[in-house]
Design a protein around this ligand. Structure first.
Ligand code: FAD
Length: 294
């Protein structure tokens, strides 16, 4: 199927890109890897008149770690580069592991982490792990930029908190908490190239006595947007986690999930998956936290 016609714009700076986006408003779209955008354009689900290509801006594909600043992932860093990055493996392995569960090598070589977040579908795999790691999005605009917590970013299916002329230029991931571990579990029908029927990211930080000092749980495909399971977290925070508490927390997560039925899975099946993946994820994150030397 042919793409509808559009004008391809190649700004050389972020400022120029933001100005173009502000100028053309809803008629324009930012283009990163195009793996979400172009299929939607081919099917005529969206027909932007202007594509603003970030690829023409140099130096946006970095993955960088600095002790005071944490991990920084540039807007053009691909899923494949995150998957293979030694610094990601060392500092935030859950991000590389999540990238490995997504799409295919060909798609991952084009697809960006920022594009996955800005596409804002409920099944965006990168969203839950970034939410449990407490990531922030650096947003540039023709005026003043801002740093936005990722968990306030998702406003509805395909809807983000980005305003006119705003572009995500990097994702900032703070240092993981001491003695913490994170995992992302993705349930799919097929082994490869499949979207999540349900995804659950969990982060557990332990104190010196082995109790849960902090915990975060985030879910994909469990609601119209990626969500935190805040009530489930409350059940666990500050306590020694045993089987009974794990069962109570996963029941709380099942309660707060708002999945829908689709051709791929029923609402009740997705709810069951929430319980299973949260319980399994917390147990795995705890073993990682126990093994963490820091
Ligand atoms: C075969 C196939 C398999 C896939 N498998 C998976 C999977 O397993 N899991 C999954 O979650 N997704 C999957 N996807 C979806 C897609 O690959 C990812 O969401 C990808 O990360 C999108 O990144 P991109 O750079 O291609 O985004 P693009 O398509 O370029 O952009 C996506 C949207 O975000 C906007 N955008 C992009 N970058 C920015 C920015 N920096 N600032 C503001 N707005 C921006 C664009 O305007 C567009 O609306 C798959 C896609 C395909 C085609």
């Amino acid at each position: 199927m042919r793409l509808p016609s559009f004008e391809y714009l190649e700004p050389k700076t972020i400022r120029e890109a933001c100005k173009l986006l502000a100028k053309y408003g809803p008629e324009a779209r930012v283009l990163a890897g195009g793996t979400d955008l172009l299929p939607k354009m081919k099917s005529k689900e969206i027909t932007p008149r202007y594509l603003i290509a970030l690829k023409s801006i140099e130096g946006l594909d970095y993955i960088d770690y600095q002790p005071g600043k944490g991990l920084r992932i540039g807007a053009l860093a691909t899923l494949e580069s995150v998957r293979n990055s030694p610094v990601v493996k060392e500092r935030c392995p859950v991000l590389g592991e999540t990238a490995s569960l997504m799409a295919s090598t060909q798609v991952r070589n084009l697809a960006t982490v920022a594009g996955n977040i800005c596409n804002a579908v409920p099944s965006a795999d990168m969203a839950p792990p970034l939410m449990v790691l407490g990531a922030k999005l650096r947003v540039s605009s023709p005026g003043k930029g801002r740093l936005a917590p990722i968990q306030d970013f998702f406003q509805g299916p395909g809807q983000t908190a980005l305003g006119a002329g705003e572009i995500v230029t990097e994702i900032v991931v703070p240092n993981p908490l001491p003695k913490s571990g994170s995992v992302y579990l993705k349930h799919t029908v097929r082994q490869a190239m499949d979207l999540a029927l349900l995804g659950a990211a969990t982060m557990v930080a332990l104190d010196g006595k082995g109790a849960c000092k902090d915990v975060r749980i985030a879910l994909a495909t469990a609601a119209p947007t990626p969500i935190r399971a805040l009530r489930a977290e409350e059940v666990l925070r500050g306590k020694v986690i045993d089987d009974a508490l794990l069962a109570e927390a996963s029941a709380a997560a099942v309660e707060e999930a708002r999945p829908r039925s689709s051709v791929r899975a029923s609402e009740s099946y997705r709810r069951k998956l929430v319980g299973v993946l949260v319980s399994r994820g917390i147990a795995q994150a705890m073993s990682r936290a126990r093994a963490a030397g820091r």
